[in-house]
Design a protein around this ligand. Structure first.
Ligand code: NDP
Length: 525
């Protein structure tokens, strides 16, 4: 397969070359010839099959079975952890530069397979073509970023000062060393990046890993696991298990032989994991990347076009199912009508349909439970406020067999309504007028989350925004997305408050050390 000649990021995806579409379509057609196959788990380098299986169906057409996957048991969880434990001495004992080169090989394979994984992603997640390819490209870049950090910091081995010991020569060395067995539990919405990113960091650091994807997206993660396998990682260094979070996932969390976890997903499940993990014999690192309720604050001095485009992209990209989705718009009164009218106009132009189609921006929501949530939330909002657009599911014709929802903007919802604070994780955004920026900021920060936030206004106001907003990823005056569109090395991603536990962002300077503990080595010659 030819190398990609186009550097894909979330910022460049708006104007891709024709060649990208041609290739996507070819690979999609090939991939459709491989539907319905059974896929194993990978434990200790071997395929593992469970007695019970589950079907992975497409949210675009629920009659399409994409693949059959294993319903792993607690025995599979324990075996995967035991395999990772067995492989730890070899992997952690390897020179860091050798680990970097093996892990980088996996990133190169992901790049080479971008279109294959992207085609599966579009069918499995319901993510549009460009965003599917972006998710895969980001995965390779996240992994490479960890490799780069390891190299830049020369393996995190630092000579410290020498103590003034008369008659002796002492050396003191600080070394960051891996913890051991690391769990990576990922969500459905960015199955590649949010599995691959933490996995890459954990591996480069010298940990061995067990990966568990969301039940809605096992195929993408299986393809990712194959990249680690085919890169030549020794057996047991990475292990891939599939099955329900409530049973298999819980068994992984409850196993005392786990040394650290990266969980990306909802606040409630994440906090449950945090509490369960705390029942161990001692404190173990728990990296949680959780939900968001991300505001866009629009000043009377905003560039209306930028604000409107940015809001629409962030509210409805991936059907509002991004942790960074713009779910609240707080608009200063003088520009309220102008901005909101333009947002509605642009929203009404969004194409909803089969996400593998070139022209489609919004695919279906992920599963029946989200689809029912959409109906319930829109019913609740219809009683509290008014819809500027949307508010309904789509059920006719091409939509009949999938979970399609209209992009929805709700206004006049009282500010004390619970849905101003609850992460709906759907294509629903609530908008309101604010009398002043200070009032807007107060509302923006008045939630338990603090993931991303956007602002449109003057340079002076922008400084004020950055200073006062409580969020880990902040954007100003950006038409590419009011609250979305992070990329490793450019906008490292992580949340404050209830949106994350570590206070350090993935794909940034401070991330990789989270996967290692420090040892000071004092030696007297
Ligand atoms: P969930 O919390 O439902 O699930 C996430 C993962 O946890 C899945 O693999 C799930 O498995 C597993 N899981 C569920 N219960 C347990 C358990 N008891 N023990 C161990 N694992 C368990 O999240 P979603 O997949 O629905 O993802 C959406 C959420 O993720 C949103 O809240 C979103 O904001 C957040 N998110 C946060 C990001 C960030 O960087 N901060 C990025 C992306 C998403 P199964 O599917 O089998 O239930």
């Amino acid at each position: 397969m030819a190398e990609n000649t186009f550097k894909l990021t979330y910022a460049t995806m708006f104007n891709p070359p024709e060649e990208l579409h041609t290739r996507f379509e070819q690979v999609l057609a090939d991939t459709k010839g491989k539907l319905g196959l059974e896929h194993g788990m990978i434990i200790n380098g071997e395929e593992r099959y469970a007695e019970e299986k589950f079907e992975d169906s497409s949210p675009t057409n629920t009659e399409t079975v994409l693949g059959v996957f294993q319903k792993g048991t607690s025995k599979d969880a324990d075996d995967a952890i035991a395999a990772a434990r067995k492989a730890f001495p070899l992997w952690s004992g390897m020179k860091w530069s050798e680990r970097v080169s093996l892990v980088r090989k996996a990133a190169d394979l992901i790049d080479q397979r971008t279109f294959e994984i992207g085609a599966v992603m579009a069918m499995e997640v319901g993510k549009n073509r460009m965003e599917s390819l972006g998710d895969v490209a980001e995965t390779a870049d996240l992994i490479r970023y960890s490799c780069y950090q390891m190299e830049k910091n020369e393996g995190y081995i630092v000579e410290m000062g020498r103590d003034p010991l008369v008659g002796y020569t002492a050396t003191n060395t600080s070394v960051l060393r891996p913890y051991g067995v690391w769990l990576v539990i990922s969500p459905f919405n960015f199955p590649a990046a949010l599995t691959g990113g933490p996995s890459g960091a954990a591996l480069v650091a010298g940990n061995t890993i067990v990966i568990k994807p969301a039940t809605d997206t096992p195929w993408v993660v299986r393809l990712l696991a194959e990249c680690f396998r085919d890169a030549g990682l020794p057996e047991g260094v990475f292990n891939f298990v599939t099955g329900p979070g409530s049973t298999l996932g819980q068994a992984l969390i409850d196993n005392p032989d786990v040394d650290g976890v990266t969980f990306t997903g909802s606040f409630d499940v994440g906090m449950g994991i945090f509490r369960d993990f705390a029942k161990g014999l001692y404190v173990r690192p728990t990296i949680l990347e959780l939900g968001g309720k991300n505001p866009a604050l629009v000043s009377r001095n905003a560039d209306v076009e930028r604000a409107a485009i940015g809001i629409v992209r962030s509210a409805f990209g991936l059907q509002g199912q991004k942790c960074s989705a713009c779910s609240r718009v707080l608009n200063e009164e003088p520009l309220y009508d102008t901005v909101v009218n333009r947002v509605v106009e642009l929203t009404n132009k969004l194409a909803v349909g089969d996400p593998t189609d070139r022209e489609v921006y919004m695919g279906p929501v992920i599963n029946n439970s989200s689809y029912q949530d959409f109906k319930n939330f829109t019913e609740e909002l219809s009683q509290a406020g008014t819809f500027l657009t949307g508010g309904k599911t789509l059920t006719d014709g091409e939509y009949a067999k999938g979970y399609f929802c209209m992009p929805t903007l709700a206004a006049d919802v009282p500010l004390n309504h619970r849905l101003w604070k609850h992460e709906m994780f759907l294509p629903i955004t609530t908008v309101t007028k604010v009398g002043s920026l200070d009032e807007g900021m107060k509302l923006a920060n008045d939630v338990n989350y603090g993931l991303t936030a956007g602002f449109y206004g003057s340079p002076e106001e922008t400084k004020w925004f950055f200073q006062n907003i409580q969020a880990g990823v902040t954007y100003a005056n950006r038409p590419h997305g009011a609250t979305t569109g992070a990329w490793p090395g450019f906008q490292p991603f992580g949340g404050w408050k209830g949106s994350g536990s570590s206070g350090k962002n993935a794909g940034g300077h401070y991330y990789l050390p989270l996967y290692m503990h420090e040892q000071i080595q004092t030696n007297i010659d």
